[in-house]
Design a protein around this ligand. Structure first.
Ligand SMILES: [Zn+2]
Length: 299
């Protein structure tokens, strides 16, 4: 592209136009992401989530994918913001700041801000520099401590560093647990404690776990009837605790291959393990999106 010969005026005009187009493309992209999410279409392409799709399929760096999805959710909740993005008054960074304030307020007051309150925050930060917007959102917070999202960073091939914010109450619980384990494991680090808690949690909540602490079952004279829990456990085991479509381990659910409402039964051949998104996508395919919409979570 040779720009050397266009006039100064033209150059400024064209640059302004490109910026306008770029902003409008952003909001159009957010609408498209929203529709991909509505149809759970990422699941057909074997991605675990819209985020996974945005990173691996659309090739956005993780932080940028996160910011776009977060803005997509916001646009759905506050359509008024779209115009502010198009006009350049609000950037993805502004949206990130506002949303971290909304998250904090919800955590602190245990109540979601109303749509009007949220819109008011956007009115206040619209057109302001990022620094200024930062100051405004910090001043608006009831709890001046900023609760940042969790951060996980790889520090070696086998190790990660986790940074998270929590309350003093949790700190007390950690101290209590360290005290309880002190005989067996003196000088236990939080990471080591967390490892043990993960084992306990898996033992307690993973349907496929053997339950090594569970009481042995009494032998019964009656012919053995397979319990619901056992059917569940078998489906989880067969699928190795992973979504059979995309491999996700998040929010797994048992799905009827042939839907129940269409005559499918609960015999083990008709059952499979899917993550919630893939399960929802399967339902959308079976029943149509219009019919399913009211059962799906609003995200
Ligand atoms: Zn899945």
């Amino acid at each position: 592209m040779n720009l050397k010969n266009i006039t100064d005026n033209e150059l400024i005009k064209k640059t302004e136009n490109l910026v306008r187009t770029e902003r409008e493309t952003l909001t159009t992209l957010l609408h498209h992401l929203r529709e991909v999410q509505r149809r759970r279409l990422f699941s057909t392409l074997k991605y675990k989530s819209l985020f996974d799709f945005t990173v691996r399929h659309l090739k956005y760096p993780k932080d940028q994918a996160y910011r776009r999805i977060s803005a997509m959710k916001l646009l759905n909740e506050l359509p008024e913001v779209e115009e502010k993005i198009n006009s350049g008054a609000i950037s993805l960074t502004h949206i990130g700041l506002a949303q971290s304030l909304f998250r904090q307020e919800k955590k602190f007051t245990e109540k979601e801000l109303t749509t009007d309150q949220k819109n008011e925050v956007f009115e206040m930060i619209a057109g302001k520099s990022v620094r200024e917007a930062e100051r405004i959102t910090l001043a608006l917070a009831s709890n001046p401590v900023e609760i940042k999202p969790d951060r996980v960073k790889a520090i070696s091939a086998n190790h990660i560093e986790v940074k998270f914010t929590t309350s003093c109450e949790v700190e007390n619980k950690i101290e209590t647990l360290k005290g309880l384990l002190a005989h067996k494991f003196p000088s236990l680090s939080i990471g080591e404690l967390f490892d043990k808690l993960c084992d306990l949690g898996i033992e307690a909540w993973d349907p496929a776990a053997k339950g090594k602490f569970a009481a042995p079952r009494k032998a019964s004279a009656e012919p053995k009837k397979i319990s619901q829990a056992e059917v569940r456990r078998n489906v989880f085991r067969k699928a190795q605790n992973k979504c059979e479509n995309c491999g996700s381990t998040y929010a797994l659910e048992i799905d009827h291959c042939e839907p129940k409402a269409l005559g499918g039964d609960s015999a083990k051949e008709n059952l499979r393990l899917l993550c919630r998104s893939c399960n929802q996508r399967a339902a959308i395919k079976a029943y149509g999106i219009i019919k399913m919409e009211r059962y799906l979570d609003g995200s």
